[in-house]
Design a protein around this ligand. Structure first.
Ligand SMILES: Nc1nc2c(ncn2[C@@H]2O[C@H](COP(=O)(O)OP(=O)(O)OP(=O)(O)O)[C@@H](O)[C@H]2O)c(=O)[nH]1
Ligand SMILES: [Mg+2]
Length: 441
């Protein structure tokens, strides 16, 4: 899986990894190679463009630690952005509170729906569930037999009926499932060559009638951007909960996997690289990213170095606070750490008791960028001794950062308040300090 992509990215990334010094030129070269590799893998143009821009802007702002090379740091950033492109975390199938859970499988003709129904059935049995396969494809004559053979090979009951509508079949299957104590129904629906109105409205009706717990769209990974486009137009007509990427073996270049989440906003839930019934993997963005980049060692090395540096900085900060010497430089460092942890609102939610309080305040990440720009426009002296920032300096800082004078004034005022607060906290000990300081902006 992803063999071609892995090989080509490896070349680009290995070059980066060894770089002791990053210049705009060499980082630009590496990013251009990565860009080309992604485009060749059939990743959508817009996705590639944004990906590269994000890596670039992160790489430029990132502080290089002594224990890692700048190149290694960029590898880590590329990895982070890959994970984010793939969807951050695994989104498992939801099971209903009251059985049976209904999983409806939809997708274009030949994408691998029926095979996936078998793969899923097999996996659910391994999880000690009792699935039932439902042949809701009444159009292709052999569809029913195909499912019957699959069901037999994995020892899972198959429900089918002749000469009736798919909806009727599913309704009867529900009755049968209850009788046979099956807790999960897997509906194998008919494929379509294109997204035609008649078939779509039939799926629509089925969705309305049986209210499936999950609708999974099966996309043929081998078809690259076509898979992405069909997912997108399917979604315009029928809402689904997740995506299954099949046929990631053979010629699949990886483009579908890298674009489909971004384009549809729906998570990839499973990935499969063979027609064999045991070849199904829950989709874990971080694991896949590591596999694609093949640089797990570098990523964990940089993480460790960053953690160590953060711990050291925290200790220094604590000392400064004790001596009441907190400056804009320290504040800027704090902001960088916040950024590494995720978006401001995400972090706010993680701090107990704070989530609700900050809800009404301006906690958007754009504001953070602005604050950063203002601090960056200050001279070293101004950062260390903010009280010297008079009217004309404020004007200059505003101009330099693209902020208004009011923005600068507000930041200075907030900073003063923060210093004051810290003095008070300094007296009470420091345990809770880091979270609080970051949050008060
Ligand atoms: N290489 C490979 N082949 C697969 C995979 N999944 C399915 N296939 C093959 O793709 C073909 C179509 O698979 P089906 O499961 O019948 O596809 P479908 O979506 O149910 O097709 P229709 O019911 O006709 O719409 C079969 O020959 C499968 O053996 C996979 O992950 N890798
Ligand atoms: Mg089928």
């Amino acid at each position: 899986m992803f063999e071609d992509l892995i090989q080509k990215l490896d070349v680009a990334v290995r070059k980066l990894r060894g770089m002791g010094k990053l210049t705009e030129k060499n980082i630009g070269e590496s990013l251009r190679t990565i860009r080309r590799v992604l485009l060749e893998a059939d990743v959508q143009y817009k996705v590639v463009k944004e990906f590269i821009a994000r890596v670039q802007s992160k790489a430029v702002g990132e502080e290089v630690l002594r224990s890692v090379t700048p190149g290694q740091l960029v590898v880590k950033i590329v990895h982070e952005e890959l994970v984010s492109l793939l969807g951050q975390a695994n989104v498992p199938i939801r099971f209903g509170k009251t059985p049976p859970t209904i999983i409806m499988i939809v997708g274009l003709q030949g994408s691998g729906k029926t095979t996936f129904a078998g793969k899923l059935g097999r996996q659910l049995t391994k999880m000690n569930r009792h699935p039932m396969l439902v042949a809701a494809d009444v159009y292709r004559p052999a569809a029913e037999d195909q499912l019957a053979i699959l069901g037999e090979s994995i020892n899972v009951p198959v429900f089918s009926m002749r000469r009736t509508t798919p909806i009727k079949i599913v309704q009867e299957a529900l009755v049968a499932a209850r009788k046979q104590n099956c807790d999960t129904l897997i509906l194998d629906t008919a494929g379509r060559l294109h997204i035609d109105e008649k078939m779509m409205s039939e799926l629509d009706e089925m969705q309305q009638a049986v209210k499936p717990t999950e609708v999974l769209f099966v996309a043929d990974g081998m078809t690259g951007q076509d898979a992405v486009r069909s997912a997108e137009s399917f979604l315009n007509r029928l809402d689904f909960d997740g995506i299954v990427l099949t046929k990631m073996d053979g010629d699949a270049k990886g483009g579908a996997a890298l674009s489909i989440r971004y384009v549809t906003g729906k998570p990839i839930k499973f990935i499969s690289a063979s027609e064999k019934l045991d070849s199904i993997e829950p989709f874990h963005p971080d694991r896949i990213a590591s596999r694609i980049l093949g640089m797990g060692d570098v990523v964990s090395l940089v993480e460790k170095a960053q953690e160590a540096a953060d711990a050291k900085k925290m200790e220094k900060l604590a000392q400064k606070l004790r001596k009441q010497e907190f400056t804009f430089e320290d504040f800027f460092d704090q902001l960088q750490q916040v950024k590494r942890m995720g978006s401001l609102s995400q972090i706010a939610q993680m701090v107990p008791g704070l989530g609700r309080k900050v809800g009404g305040m301006q906690m958007d990440d754009d504001a953070l960028v602005k604050v950063e720009a203002v601090i960056q426009s200050m001279t070293v002296e101004e950062r260390q001794r903010p009280h010297i920032i008079n009217g004309s300096r404020r004007k200059r800082i505003a101009r330099g950062s693209g902020a208004t004078i009011q923005d600068v004034n507000r930041l200075l005022k907030q900073f003063q308040m923060m210093q004051k607060m810290m003095k008070q906290m300094g007296r009470f000990g420091m345990k809770k300090f880091p979270g609080r300081v970051q949050m008060d902006f």
